[in-house]
Design a protein around this ligand. Structure first.
Ligand SMILES: Cc1cc2nc3c(=O)[nH]c(=O)nc-3n(C[C@H](O)[C@H](O)[C@H](O)COP(=O)(O)OP(=O)(O)OC[C@H]3O[C@@H](n4cnc5c(N)ncnc54)[C@H](O)[C@@H]3O)c2cc1C
Length: 420
């Protein structure tokens, strides 16, 4: 993985700006903090210089590695393989398996492996989680000037690897089986991971608008999260950011450095209720950011790329259509825990995993908890399975608290392993 420590581009990606696959690759490389060069093709003649017949050649996008090898229309996994990031598990059994490499999972990995546990970290995408998509995290202890999510993720990844964590990227846990002292996780590609203890740190997945043609525009006009990889491509354009939380506020401030105009669309009546004050102040002092309150997106228009959106003011009922190719959705998220329901693990009504003392409320513990001792603070209703970070019922939804819970979960893993 040495390539990632240099600022020299590790790979050159050549393609059209309206290619969803090219977007997915840029997003992957940006979140992985991998230096790359993006060449946007605008004419057939320019495309021919890169060995394709023109802008419509299905071999686009093309990836070129520094040694000159090329990959045509690559998947993310093919890119990861070229970068040496795609591995099979090296062990038949681990002390600790952690699912999700956001702040909570990375922190658990650093503490687990540094404290001598044979630790594997499984991540369905690239390390960093939601935090990895943030252009600048300003309230994380020890970084008074802020730090980009990708940089924070890279540091944590390097730290976990240095202590011996095995990271399996682009692998998704889909099912689990648990018995005393042994958890078996099944990954989407059929791989089986066996471990004595498990930490679920899978966070949340972005919410969608729920509009009929939304999926068709993903990566070609509609983006989930803060879109750090796209900001510099928005120069002189009108960008829409939907949502009133801190992630939306951060995104708007970052885009405002590049875009002609940034419009934040919120359903509520003001940002002050949902946003930290320092972000509210910055937004109000940015001349190219406007806020449309009590408003929502009701339609998306385009052919194979987004061309415009229709907004409705819910107070007046007035509808207006705006031309834009840039719609960033920062609508918060939902935990993806159906696998837990399938094996009878206690979740709250929104799907968050219930842990520790909360399991005792309403008599749930009496029904589901099989041991004499009480569940440890971050332990789920399945002994030996812990939850940390945003996926946990009652979690604070902040980087620092996710990191804290990851570290704390490892303490309870030790207690579980010595008592099991
Ligand atoms: C744009 C943005 C900006 C933010 N800015 C700040 C900020 O400035 N300060 C702050 O304190 N907080 C901020 N937050 C919130 C903070 O990032 C989250 O609270 C934090 O990332 C939660 O960490 P986590 O590890 O619990 O979950 P996540 O960050 O959600 O990470 C979960 C990881 O699990 C992976 N995963 C999910 N399911 C599976 C599966 N089945 N198998 C394998 N892997 C899986 C996901 O791909 C993801 O990488 C921001 C969030 C966003 C979106």
């Amino acid at each position: 993985m040495d390539e990632k420590n240099s600022d020299q581009p590790v790979v050159k990606i050549i393609g059209r700006s309206d290619s969803a696959r090219a977007y997915a690759i840029r997003d992957f490389l940006t979140r992985g903090d991998i230096p790359f060069e993006w060449v946007e093709l605008k004419a057939d003649e320019q495309a021919r210089q890169y060995g394709v017949t023109g802008l419509n050649d299905p071999r686009l996008p093309v990836g070129i590695c520094p040694n000159g090898t090329r990959i045509e229309n690559p998947t993310i996994r093919q890119i990861a393989e070229r970068l040496g990031w795609y591995h099979n598990p090296s062990q038949a059994e681990y002390d600790l398996a952690i699912y999700g490499a956001g702040p909570a999972g990375l922190s658990a990995a650093v503490y687990g492996s540094s404290e001598g546990l044979k630790t594997v970290l499984i991540e369905r995408s690239v390390v960093g989680g939601q935090a990895g998509t943030s252009s600048k995290i300003e309230n994380y202890l020890g970084f008074p000037d802020g730090i980009s999510g990708a940089d924070l993720a890279k540091r944590a990844r390097d730290q976990a690897c240095r202590f011996g964590t095995e990271i399996l990227m682009l692998r998704e846990g889909v099912r689990g089986e648990f018995e005393p002292g042994k958890g078996t996780g099944y990954l989407a590609d059929g791989t089986k991971i066996v471990a004595h203890a498990t930490i679920c740190a899978t966070g949340v997945r972005y919410r969608k608008l729920g509009l009929e043609n939304e999926d068709a525009f993903y990566g070609v006009g509609v983006y989930y999260g803060a879109g750090a990889s796209e900001a510099q491509l928005c120069s002189n354009q009108h960008v829409f950011v939907i949502g009133g939380g801190n992630s939306a506020g951060q995104a708007a401030i970052y885009f405002a450095k590049f875009a002609r105009k940034v419009t934040i669309v919120i359903r509520g009546d003001c940002l002050r209720r949902t946003l930290s004050q320092y972000l509210v102040d910055r937004i109000h002092s940015s001349p190219n950011i406007e806020v449309l309150s009590r408003t929502e997106v009701i339609a998306l228009h385009g052919d194979h790329v987004l061309h415009s959106i229709t907004l409705r003011n819910n107070l007046t009922g007035e509808e207006e259509t705006f031309e834009t190719r840039w719609l960033f959705l920062c609508l918060g998220g939902e935990p993806q825990t159906d696998w837990a329901r399938d094996v009878g693990i206690c979740r709250d009504s929104d799907g968050y995993l219930v842990t520790g003392p909360d399991l005792s409320l309403g008599g749930i513990r009496a029904q589901n908890w099989p041991l004499e001792r009480s569940p440890y603070y971050l332990e789920t209703s399945m002994p030996g399975l812990f939850a940390a970070g945003d996926v946990r019922h009652g979690s604070v939804k902040r980087c620092a608290s996710a990191v804290g819970e990851g570290a704390m979960a490892v303490t309870f893993v030790h207690r579980y392993l010595t008592s099991a």
